[in-house]
Every structure is written in structure tokens, then in C-alpha cells.
Design a protein around this ligand. Structure first.
Ligand SMILES: [Zn+2]
Length: 75
């Protein structure tokens, strides 16, 4: 069975006809990738060497959490 890595979360995905979201592991990852592609292409011209920036960077998530108000996780 051929396997590929989900471009969004890097999870191993079976390249099978029944996997309608291939090469993504699920619809969510497919939408995330398509959304990022659309955002990137509209806001920033495609530059060589920026491919890795198309995916969510753990440091970006940390930055977002830092910007989140303290009461965000409370009722
Ligand atoms: Zn995935």
C-alpha cells in the first residue's frame, strides 16, 4: 500500500481510492492547506524558499497563545 504524508499534519496517509481527501488525512487538513494557500497567494507573492512557511509553525501558535487574553480559557 502506498503511503504519503499529510501535507498539513505530516501523518501517514494511505493512498487509497476510498481516501477521498488524499494526500490529506482528513477534510480538515485539506481545508487548512487550501485556506493557507489562498491566504498566502492573496497577501504575499510566492517566493522561492518559503514553502515551509505555508504550514503552521509551532512558534506561531505560541505567539498566538501569548496574545490571547488571560480570561480566554476561563468561563
Ligand atoms: Zn492531516
Amino acid at each position: 500500500m502506498t503511503k504519503v504524508n499529510c501535507p498539513t499534519c505530516q501523518k501517514a496517509v494511505e493512498w487509497a481510492p476510498e481516501n477521498v481527501h488524499r494526500p490529506f488525512c482528513c477534510k480538515k487538513c485539506q481545508l487548512i492547506d487550501l485556506g493557507e494557500w489562498a491566504t498566502e497567494s492573496h497577501s504575499i507573492p510566492v517566493k522561492l524558499g518559503r514553502q515551509s512557511d505555508l504550514h503552521i509553525d509551532p512558534e506561531d501558535i505560541e505567539d498566538l497563545l501569548m496574545q490571547t487574553p488571560d480570561n480566554f480559557f476561563k468561563e
